[in-house]
Design a protein around this ligand. Structure first.
Ligand code: PLP
Length: 385
């Protein structure tokens, strides 16, 4: 059985699930505003759902979709890819097929916290490698390299681009790959925000590095964030080593059996390069606009939040210099004003908030950021600081 032990509560997911449907101002999402089938068709996607056979299909995923995902990475075949129900299932399958109880693992922190929770439940011996604002939230590369030498982990789990910090790793990932080769450490990278870099180049995929350094690389990803398609629930695991994908498939027999056929049919057309690129451009445009709008609003209300301007993703991590209790703050502005942001406590980062940058309408964003600021100021003035 993959999970004989208890899972810790998943703070971020539960925080959002309990509030997002009733929030008046939704700033808790980490992806860009979802697109409709109509919009996809206007972007050139050829979608014909009426003829889709609603059987189970291929439990590993439709070969056409696996081929499209393999082509997205380049140099892989469909046997290097397993289609999953969102990147969330990809992460679950990666942890449960790669890590056994007692295995030593290194985890890039902070992160979305799904993998961390799964590793805890798996009873892995976890070494956390914490990023810090002193280093613009980049990975502590020297610490990670010496950890690799010291504990020779079975695997290292990285999120690149990182959620919640928005930092993008490039050279440090190469250095880790080079060191991992010596200890046969598997590198698993959650790449769900790859393709939504704001100014830097596209983050390198672990698949390319794995081939170069002769290591096992595993990429988990999906269509939810950059492509604005979370409702499809299409994700995947890709690896340069087919055996890794086969093992993950054997766990998937126990979880969801096969992906949803309708979603797969849409996903194939979305991964058509011309459509994919349009969606990536859309995502970048949305976030660029929102960053500009937020800069203006932050200047209008000085001293309320201090942003760490991100390099990627559709969210921003900000500091609240006047309080560390951001759980109470986030709960306060939600209860009083219906403004939903994520408290840093869900990332083990009290004193911070993660704010969504995914709304497609600039005017809505300006209104939402302004209302958020007003709500925070109101909360602050009613509180002893
Ligand atoms: C880093 C990361 N991985 C995975 C997921 C899960 O995404 P999905 O299952 O919708 O693809 C999220 C969602 O926020 C995330 O931030």
């Amino acid at each position: 059985m993959p999970f004989p032990y208890e899972l810790p509560p998943f703070c971020l997911e539960r925080w959002q699930s309990e509030r997002e449907t009733s929030a008046k101002i939704l700033l808790s999402e980490s992806g860009v505003e979802p697109v409709s089938l109509d919009e996809l068709e206007r972007m050139g996607a050829k979608i014909d759902l009426s003829s889709v056979d609603l059987g189970y299909g291929w439990t590993r995923g439709d070969p056409k979709l696996r081929k499209a995902i393999a082509d997205y990475y380049g140099g892989l075949t469909e046997d290097h890819v397993l289609v999953t129900t969102g990147s969330a299932e990809a992460n679950l399958l990666a942890v449960s097929s790669i890590v056994s109880p007692g295995d030593i693992v290194v985890v890039d922190m902070p992160n979305y916290m799904q993998v961390h929770g799964l590793l805890q439940a798996r009873r892995a011996e976890i070494y956390e490698a914490w990023r810090s604002p002193k280093n613009n939230w980049h990975m502590p590369i020297d610490e990670i390299l010496s950890l690799l030498r010291k504990v020779k982990p079975r695997a290292i789990f990285i999120t690149n681009p990182n959620n919640p910090t928005g930092a993008v790793e490039s050279d440090s990932l190469k250095a880790i790959a080079e060191e991992a080769e010596k200890y046969h450490t598997i590198i698993v990278v959650d790449e769900v925000y790859r393709g939504l870099e704001h100014s830097s180049e596209r983050a390198p995929s672990i698949i390319d590095l794995a081939r170069k350094y002769n290591i096992i690389g595993v990429s988990t990803s999906g269509l939810s964030k950059v492509y604005g398609l979370p409702g499809l629930r299409i994700g995947w695991i890709a690896s340069n080593v087919k055996g890794v994908v086969e093992k993950a498939w054997s766990v998937k027999d126990y979880t969801t059996i096969s992906p949803a056929r309708l979603s797969e049919a849409v996903a194939v057309s979305v991964l058509e390069p011309s459509v994919r690129v349009k969606l990536e451009e859309r995502a970048k445009r949305i976030v660029r606009d929102n960053l500009e709008v937020l800069r203006g609003v932050v200047e209008e209300y000085p001293g309320v939040i201090e942003p760490w301007w991100p390099e990627a993703g559709a969210f921003i991590l900000v500091k609240t210099p006047w309080t560390r209790d951001t759980w109470e703050l986030a709960q306060g502005i939600y209860m009083e004003r219906g403004v939903l942001v994520n408290p840093g406590e869900c990332f083990d980062l009290p004193g911070t908030l993660r704010i969504g940058l995914g709304h497609a309408d600039r005017d809505y964003s300006r209104m939402a950021f302004t209302e958020m600021m007003k709500a925070i100021i109101e909360y602050r003035s009613g509180k002893k600081i």
